[in-house]
Design a protein around this ligand. Structure first.
Ligand code: ZN
Length: 177
């Protein structure tokens, strides 16, 4: 085992955790998986997937904007930093297999996805859809930096919880205007 690679500060007065000035929460994986399962049971996976797509998209965008300023990173460095931090925070080993910013497309791979491992192979479906909005939001940041309004879309096309060797996400872009 190894120690975390991310800097974590804890305010002794409030017990608030932060990394690079951004407040963080450290949660058991089962907390996130149980929450997703509970919402799916109530409104169905499709409805929840659509809701969380928007919230994770916004969160990625906010994260990239803040981190780019904090570390003075160029847009592509920021996107790579985002995926690296996801990996370092235990979401899974996230890497870029292909990326074409001009086209707004790419392939992102997540190995040992926390959601897929939390659900297990008995899920027999793609369960890491929280990441879809995250990767689309990261791509949106790249396009935003170029002053483009095009809307990236992301879809999990293979999942460890559906029997695949790894989770794979395809990014494509819809032209706007
Ligand atoms: Zn997955």
């Amino acid at each position: 085992m190894a120690a975390p690679e991310i800097p974590i500060d804890v305010d002794p007065a409030t017990s608030i955790w932060s990394t690079d000035g951004l407040p963080m929460m450290y949660l058991p994986r089962h907390f996130m998986v149980n929450m997703q399962k509970a919402v799916e049971a109530k409104i169905g996976p499709t409805a929840y997937r659509d809701i969380v797509y928007g919230s994770s998209h916004l969160s990625a965008l906010q994260w990239c904007r803040a981190e780019a300023k904090t570390h003075s990173l160029a847009p592509l460095e920021t996107f790579r930093h985002y995926l690296k931090r996801m990996s370092q925070r235990g979401h899974g080993q996230v890497s870029i297999e292909a990326l074409d910013v001009e086209a707004g497309s790419g392939t992102i791979v997540a190995r040992h996805s926390a959601f897929a491992l939390g659900y297990g192979p008995e899920a027999r479906r793609c369960v890491c859809y929280v990441f879809q909005g995250s990767f689309a939001g990261g791509m949106r940041y790249l396009l935003e930096c170029e002053g483009r309004a095009d809307e990236p879309l992301c879809h999990e096309v293979a999942c460890l919880a559906a029997g695949a060797a790894e989770c794979r996400f395809e990014l494509r872009c819809e032209a706007v205007g």
